[in-house]
Design a protein around this ligand. Sequence first.
Ligand code: SF4
Length: 258
Amino acid sequence: MAARGAAKSKKSPRKREKRRFKKLEVIGSTGQRPTKAERVARTVGPGTDPKRVSAILAKLDEAYPEATCELKHENAFQLLISTILSAQTTDVRVNQVTKTLYQKYPTPESLAYANPTEVEQEIRPTGFFRNKTKSIMGASKALVENFGGQVPGTMQEILRLPGVARKTANVVLGTAYGIASGVVVDTHVMRLSRRLDLTKHEDPKKIEEDLMRVIPKEKWIQFSHQLVWLGRRVCMARKPRCVDCNLEPLCYSKDKTI
Ligand code: SF4
């Protein structure tokens, strides 16, 4: 009995987390003026006053209207594989590798049943190549065996692929299918959402929950692209170029350089 009880309590945080994300998917979905309840739900700290958030979004639109995913891809499958490969490396490096990778392995079938040693050599420059080979081959195999060779279009299904967590799922669903399933939280989004005081958290899941509360749903996809562009071009980790940043009047980060 005690063992069953323990197993139950282990499961519940995951269920609670799932429920929380599900609930957050509803907030801001209408594109209309938020209700009082929505405004309260979106406010997670002084930096997240809806007026301030709107001003930040307007500045991001002004500076990066064309922001998009910088991983080169022609379909959802390629984007999925590129996103898995992008862990702990740059998009430039991934794009160099995938140029030939997708010529050799253009479909989930061809990658799923490839020679792992050959795949390892192809993707070696991206680092962690043995684990990444397992992940991309495992994901391809799961696509073939469980999803008819297609990348599924729901968070629940896509998370069943090996090597795929929320960040990768959000990238693929948002960029390949235009589905706002959440906010992509990578290293740039983590740093910048803290600098802009949109969250106090350090854990990516908690940061995503905060961002889903404060950013209107119709902006989730574009917002993460824009934050990544800002992080790469202006608000770098070590020396942010605040003098070139159009968000400077709204930013009171301790990391500011002016
Ligand atoms: S003002 Fe500086 S610290 Fe603030 S967002 Fe811009 S570059 Fe980053």
